[in-house]
Design a protein around this ligand. Sequence first.
Ligand SMILES: Cc1cc2nc3c(=O)[nH]c(=O)nc-3n(C[C@H](O)[C@H](O)[C@H](O)COP(=O)(O)OP(=O)(O)OC[C@H]3O[C@@H](n4cnc5c(N)ncnc54)[C@H](O)[C@@H]3O)c2cc1C
Length: 405
Amino acid sequence: AWPFPYEALEPWYCQAERMYQVRGSLGEDPTEPHHSAAYEYPPVPDEAPIADIRARLKRKGLHPFSLPLGLDLDAWLSKARTPWDAHPNARDGKMDAETAALSVALSHENVRLETNARVTRLDTGAGSRIDRVTYVKNGETLTVSPEIVILAAGAVQSSVLLLRSKNDRFPKGLANSSDQVGRNFMNHNASAVIGVSPRFRNTSIYQKTFAFNDFYLSDGEGGPPLGNVQLLGRISEKVLKGSLPQAPEWLLRFITGHAIDFYAMSEDVPNPESRVMVDGDRIILQWQRTNWDAHLALVARLKAILKSIGFPIVLARPFDKRTPSHQCGTIRIGNDPAAAPLDAYCRAYDHDNLFVVDASFLPTSAAVNPALTIAAQALRVADHIASKDLQARDALADRTDKIGK
Ligand SMILES: Cc1cc2nc3c(=O)[nH]c(=O)nc-3n(C[C@H](O)[C@H](O)[C@H](O)COP(=O)(O)OP(=O)(O)OC[C@H]3O[C@@H](n4cnc5c(N)ncnc54)[C@H](O)[C@@H]3O)c2cc1C
């Protein structure tokens, strides 16, 4: 489904990894594709109980590899001894979009950040270009008319904004002559899988240092792909209580003190009927999971593995649509304007000066965490926008317009 091969994105993956100071180790994951640059930092080390589990999995013939992580461990732990997974942070330890990207962009004199501003509408002018962006800031409605509009509100909100911005000329919404905006919503099929053993004592703080892809390309016996397995950030008593509200404190303490917590993730494949729609002020999310059997098979494999390495009790719970953390795919890229709203550089086929560069563009979701792919494509698109090629083509389009008129 991708309009370009992995090789086109590979240099941008490396650049994104440098930008987000990703720690990792090449050569441990047999499914790893070509990587033209080594990681600049060594991987985040396993804590002792986690190193023990990694060794047990290796003895079973599996290939656990160090998770690539955008994390400065010393800086993180110097502030608080907590896991980082799903913990927000700014400017300390965790290389998030603010720390690694926004703060760098803001160091340039010609970059201004408008905070507390909610974009409510995009408008086209006489032609098809976007000529006005309307936003609300502190109760006041304001507009701006940029030369290029880059929409990056996330897979749900970007499609909502385009659908809500419909006008007489574009009655199905902006960028939507293909009728694909809001469609192909994907979210990984994911489950928390927790192995418990009275004989295992988990004293780790952050836990999340390795993953394995032994069932990524096939089920291990020549069958279909099942997905990725990675450690979760350490599950605390308080987090577990959310899922087991009736359980007494002592039981929750026992489980979390003797458990290892994994995240099993399988691909959700594109389906035009899996949709984000708008109904007045309401947003309707009609997620239709696909590939669920593969996910159940992955969870079953993981349960069996955990039992075989000394965890007699294994609990599993799927994430549902209340936790759509890997949402993507609602404004996909493609080579055919009849089937995709965006070209291979995330430019809207219907509007020359509109780019959508967030998780919406993904034509498939793979079965890996999405943020690095979004960042890599953003860097690729930015380079394309800045390139002379694009400016030359715009000038040509401009001339053609004038000749036409
Ligand atoms: C708890 C959690 C853990 C995760 N862990 C990982 C992980 O370990 N690895 C990984 O790769 N991915 C992870 N993800 C997924 C990752 O965060 C997303 O895939 C990624 O952030 C999506 O990027 P995006 O640009 O599409 O959207 P976002 O990052 O959501 O950015 C959209 C931005 O647009 C703003 N916005 C929305 N609407 C408007 C509007 N109308 N006007 C103005 N601004 C607007 C939002 O406030 C937001 O800042 C995690 C997600 C969650 C929720």
